[in-house]
Structure formats: C-alpha cells, structure tokens
Design a protein. Structure first.
Length: 193
C-alpha cells in the first residue's frame, strides 16, 4: 500500500511540473535570479514545429504546441557567467561559462534591434504587413534582460538564409544571425564546474 501511494505521489509530482509549461518555468527562474540581484540575463530557447526531438526521454512542449529542443538561461553574477539548462520537468543543471560572448554582443546590438522595432511599427501603421510567417521547422528565440529592460530576437532556421539574401536594407538581420551563432557557441563550449 505504501509503495502504491509513493508511486501515485511521484506521478502526481511529475504531472504538476509537466503542466507548468516551459514559459512559466522560465519566468519563475528569471524572477528567482532577479530576486538574488542578477540584473543581466539571456534566455534562449530552440524549438521545432511539426518535428520530434530525438534522444530525449521526455519531450517538453511550449504552450503553442511546439517541441522544445533546448532551453537555457545565461546570466552574469559577480563577474562570472553561468548557464542554467532546464526543461519542463524542472530538471536543471548549472554550469559556469568561460568565456561568454553572447551577452556582450546582445547588449551591443540593442540599438539596432530598437531600430528594427521602430521600422516594424511604422510598417504596420502604413498598412504594410510583414512577410508570411514560417510555421514548420526549427526556431530560435533569445531575449536579454538588463536591469529589467528587455529586447528579443526570434528567427526560423530557414530565415537565416532567406532574410540574409532578400532583406539587404535590414542591417539588423545579420546582427540577429550573429547573435544566435554566438549563443550556440556559448552553450556548446566546454564548461567548467
């Protein structure tokens, strides 16, 4: 009887964490880091539309139904950089990063991203709509939070080549692509404990 209760408790515990969703769990981790006075955070998530992530025991899904392939928070605390890797089941690992290029680069391109946002807003006001959205394939999102101010980059894998070739006047596209490349380098670099 005790074993049955224990198993039921474990199943209930797993279901509670699984139903939180990666977005809510990420927001909770950001709040926790801000509570301990971390003021520079880079949140990164890659996900797929209409694809399965191979090699994962439990797939993690976003509220939109996409499958999460990786989810990280890179942050700076007391001059050191850390990588927090976690999933919907709240299994997390914290590693020290040495070096970290993506946070500095992200901060340096904020003015270009602000220009991008102003351009997009002006286009909407003129009644011009953005290009069609890609709904299948791989996607990457990155958001930086510096002293509670936020900026983001979101791009489909296919856009990395399509936008670079077609949107020459939108100089921020190259900066967005470079940022996502640096994030990928930072999360795959050999980490120290």
């Amino acid at each position: 009887m005790k074993k049955l209760l224990f198993i039921l408790f474990l199943l209930f515990y797993q279901l509670c964490h699984a139903q939180k969703g990666i977005e809510k769990l990420t927001a909770h981790k950001i709040d926790s880091l801000e509570y301990i006075h971390v003021d520079t955070l880079l949140c990164y998530c890659s996900y797929c539309g209409e694809c399965d992530v191979l090699g994962r025991k439990h797939n993690c899904y976003m509220a939109s139904g996409y499958t999460v392939s990786s989810n990280f928070i890179i942050y700076q605390q007391q001059g050191k950089f850390y990588l927090l890797d976690f999933d919907c089941y709240n299994f997390s690992t914290k590693k020290q990063l040495d070096p970290c290029k993506s946070i500095y680069y992200f901060c340096s391109i904020i003015p270009a991203l602000n220009t991008r946002d102003k351009f997009s807003k002006a286009q909407w006001k003129k009644g011009l709509f953005p290009r069609p959205l890609i709904s299948d394939g791989s996607f990457e999102d990155a958001e930086i939070i510096v002293k509670k101010k936020k900026q983001y980059v979101s791009m489909a894998e296919a856009e990395k080549t399509d936008l670079r070739d077609t949107d020459k006047s939108h100089y921020w596209v190259d900066k967005e692509i470079e940022l996502l490349k640096l994030v990928a380098e930072d999360i795959t670099v050999k980490r120290t404990n």
